[in-house]
Write a protein that binds this ligand. Structure first.
Ligand code: IMP
Ligand code: MG
Length: 179
């Protein structure tokens, strides 16, 4: 393990097992439909790819990029749309795939934006949830793991663009961001 990490929070085996369970639940909940999964770049890219491969029903995918953080480890509260979807979502059953809900600002902005485009439905799936840090009233329809208020990296999640390609989810040492 790199010296930048305190400890493994969620192992790759735990991630894989939970992703399978979530995929089975989505297969059931969306049976007979063709949901459109939206990957929120870049943090959810690993989760998105693993989740959709575990699902057996027909799905569509699209990508969106938004920024709420800059290089800091605390949310600024401001959300900026960097890349919009390529296709219309009108009449579609949309599932937003996020890496983590922290304050809830990003997803609350996104959900409002997507609901204004006349979809059949909008649900949220997030790999990680830090409920202690919520500042807006928002909950995810599907959650992989509820975690404590600690800064985590790996499996898509970054600190200042680093550590995204790590296979496990680690707690980042405070010394890395309290310099
Ligand atoms: P929110 O808008 O405060 O809910 O923040 C959501 C976004 O903040 C996520 O999509 C992540 O990009 C980022 N974020 C929040 N907590 C963490 C963390 O512990 N590690 C890495 N990124 C995080
Ligand atoms: Mg993100």
């Amino acid at each position: 393990m790199k010296k930048d990490f305190d400890r493994v929070l969620i192992s790759k085996e735990q991630i894989a097992a939970r992703v399978k369970e979530l995929a089975a639940t989505l297969d059931r909940d969306y049976a007979g439909k063709k949901p459109l999964f939206i990957c929120i770049l870049k943090g959810s890219v690993m989760f998105f790819a693993d989740l959709l491969r575990e699902m057996t029903i027909d799905c569509e995918m699209d990508f969106m990029s938004i920024s709420s953080y800059g290089g800091a480890s605390k949310s600024s509260g401001e959300v900026q749309l960097i890349k919009d979807l390529d296709h219309s979502i009108s009449g579609k059953d949309v599932v937003i795939v996020e890496d983590i809900i922290d304050s809830g600002n990003t997803l609350s902005y996104l959900k409002r934006l997507l609901l204004s485009r006349d979809p059949a439905s909008v649900k949220i799936i997030t790999l990680l949830d830090k409920p202690e840090r919520r500042t807006v009233n928002l909950s995810s329809d599907y959650v992989g793991f509820v975690i404590e208020d600690e800064f985590v990296v790996g499996y898509g999640l970054d600190y200042d663009q680093a550590y995204r390609t790590e296979k496990e989810i680690y707690v980042l040492s405070r010394s890395v961001y309290e310099k």
